[in-house]
Design a protein around this ligand. Structure first.
Ligand code: OGA
Ligand code: MN
Length: 319
């Protein structure tokens, strides 16, 4: 069956159907999906019927999958594969977590961001599958913004200003912005990753902004000026005309290309409703045959993280 895509905004986002994602795809089908992704930046797939295993297998079509930090031997995890990132509000028992650190950590997802911008190797696709969602009308949607069209619409003067600029990205910066108790000095003591503010999106040849909540400073610019520039670019990119929200139903899957979009989680009452979302994360520039040889940057990264924003301690506390 051929892939069918219905655009959400004229230039951005599409609801796609026509492929059974629970079975192995052939090369032509995978190409149909990457072509749709290059065109729309975000694709939504409804009622996929996918299991955790289907989710991981499907994701492997697009490259090396990042893995969550290694756990000490014998320690339980909620999700069965290290390739699944837990974006839920649940603890190991599958109940709503009451652990403040876990709640704090997830707050960062409600700022406009691009996944893993704080790692040296960027993430291309994030693939998020909904297992349990709040009831209709209770929120918990996810928002997406079009960083290519937003770039193209910038005044030439701004394009010139940012052309060769490099952003300094930190996970803890975004957590600090979301209210975590971590000092600026502490943030600077942790690993950062540098990425150009503008790059050419390989699959489409269009230029795109690459900034968001993790972007702390602009190299070579006065600190205050750099931060103002980052805030202005985020505000520009997240105007209504470049954004849409997806209201999830269980079984829905959304793929977004972090190299040409931003996203954020919407509000909902996380003490009242379970929201079980699981994500795979594809590393940029890796071919499927390199899939099993990658390192685990998260293990090293989180071993250095301040306690208040440590994803491992946050999860453990929820046990
Ligand atoms: C993510 C993320 C937001 C959401 O999984 O990367 O930002 O709405 N999720 O769950
Ligand atoms: Mn995210």
């Amino acid at each position: 069956m051929a892939l069918k895509c219905e655009p959400i905004l004229p230039n951005f986002g599409a609801v796609c159907s026509g492929l059974d994602l629970t079975r192995e795809l052939d090369a032509d089908e995978v190409k149909q999906i990457t072509d749709a992704m290059d065109k729309y930046g975000v694709t939504v797939w409804r009622d996929t019927g996918m299991s955790d295993e289907d989710h991981v297998n499907f994701s492997r079509n697009f490259g090396y999958l990042e893995r969550v930090p290694k756990r000490p031997e014998g320690q339980r995890t909620r999700l069965p594969y290290r390739e699944l990132f837990d974006a839920s509000n649940l603890n190991l028992e599958g109940e709503i977590t009451t652990d403040p650190a876990a709640i704090e950590y997830r707050k960062g997802d409600r700022l406009w961001h691009t996944d893993s911008a704080f790692l040296e190797k960027r993430t291309s696709y994030s693939i998020l599958l909904a297992h349990i969602t709040p009831p209709a009308g209770a929120g918990g949607e996810t928002w997406f913004a079009d960083a290519r069209t937003a770039y193209e619409d910038l005044p030439q003067e701004t394009k010139n200003l940012i052309e060769d600029k490099v952003g300094v990205n930190s996970l803890w910066w975004s957590r600090k912005k979301a209210g975590a108790e971590v000092s600026e000095e502490e943030v600077y003591e942790r690993p950062v990753a540098k990425h150009p503010l503008v790059h050419t999106h390989a699959g489409s040849g269009r230029k795109s902004l690459f900034i968001a909540a993790h972007t702390m400073d602009v190299e070579g610019m006065d600190k205050a000026e750099g931060r103002k520039l980052i805030e202005d670019l985020i505000a520009h990119t997240t105007q209504d005309k470049y954004t849409f929200k997806w209201q999830w139903q269980p079984g829905d899957m959304v793929i977004w290309d972090n190299l040409c979009t931003m996203h954020k989680g919407g509000e909902y009452d996380y003490n009242a409703y379970k929201r079980d979302m699981r994500r795979t994360t594809v590393r940029e520039g890796t071919e499927p045959h390199l899939m099993e040889t990658g390192d685990d940057p998260y293990t090293a990264l989180f071993s250095k993280s301040p306690k208040s924003v440590d994803i491992n301690s946050a999860r453990d506390a929820g046990r």
